[in-house]
Design a protein around this ligand. Structure first.
Ligand SMILES: [Ca+2]
Ligand SMILES: [Ca+2]
Ligand SMILES: [Ca+2]
Length: 258
């Protein structure tokens, strides 16, 4: 036991003896861990980006780099541990099916940031993955409808659920107007046309995710609902009222009537 005390002695903080196992700033990292990392043991958020040092380590971010903090779009983050647990817990299979795990993918969003699909797990929300192409009329129609334009007769609570944050709606673009693979520019242009602040617009540059869904649904757009551990709940080709009713059912109220 006395041997252990000896190892503590070299840990001097600003000339004072501080308990290396303590967490002075309550950020989830011990004082000793903070000294090791070079983060400030008296300030919870060393780089001032809104995420504490402990959160950043959990998310796999750099606690000393304010640009590796929250997504510019404000999308949620999830810990690496939970994302890995869900990814490794179950096989996803080669094509989409109800009850299977939707594969973990990383795609670039409308702000040019690489977004991990699994940052949306574990927040108690259903996630809708909307597979779209820039050239596709009904895909554009659905985006317009979500933005409040009544181009389709669909349950309006569905878009209220998206606006209210009751579901996470993600648009995944597979192709641009020329029918080529979507890029960062395609996402940016789509967001400019449909500037919905709640919807990440992700470019599926290698078309893996699009193929995973469209090989079964055979049509643009296709929509997939997964639960908060990425298990497929329902999926459909086209813009159907039945699917949108499932989204509407997630609406918790608030925000008033349209
Ligand atoms: Ca600390
Ligand atoms: Ca700290
Ligand atoms: Ca921080």
């Amino acid at each position: 036991m006395s041997r252990r005390i000896l190892t503590i002695v070299p840990l001097l903080f600003a000339g004072a003896c501080i308990d290396p196992n303590g967490d002075e700033d309550g950020d989830g990292l011990t004082n000793a861990e903070e000294q090791e990392l070079g983060t400030d043991w008296k300030i919870a958020d060393s780089d001032g980006d809104g995420y504490s040092d402990g959160e950043e380590i959990g998310y796999g971010l750099d606690p000393l780099d304010p640009t590796s903090g929250p997504y510019e779009g404000g999308w949620p983050r999830q810990t690496l541990a939970m994302k890995d647990e869900i990814e490794n817990g179950r096989k996803s299979g080669s094509e989409i099916d109800v009850g299977k795990r939707f594969p973990r993918v990383r795609m670039v969003d409308q702000f040019g940031e690489v977004v991990d699909l699994y940052d949306f797990v574990g927040h108690g929300k259903k996630v809708v993955i909307d597979i779209a192409a820039e050239w596709c009329g009904p895909c554009n129609g659905l985006a317009a409808w979500l933005d409040g334009d009544d181009v389709y007769d669909l349950p309006k609570d569905a878009r209220k659920a998206v606006a209210n944050g009751d579901v996470y709606w993600l648009t995944v673009l597979g192709e641009n107007n020329d029918g080529d693979a979507a890029s960062k520019k395609t996402s940016k242009d789509w967001h400019k046309a449909y500037p919905n602040p709640n919807i990440p617009v992700l470019a599926d540059e290698d078309a893996d995710t699009v193929q995973y869904v469209l090989s079964v649904t055979n049509g643009w757009p296709s929509v997939v609902m997964v639960n908060d551990s990425m298990t497929v709940v329902e999926f459909a080709g086209g813009v159907g009222a039945d699917f949108m009713q499932l989204v509407a059912d997630e609406y918790t109220g608030g925000g008033g009537d349209e």
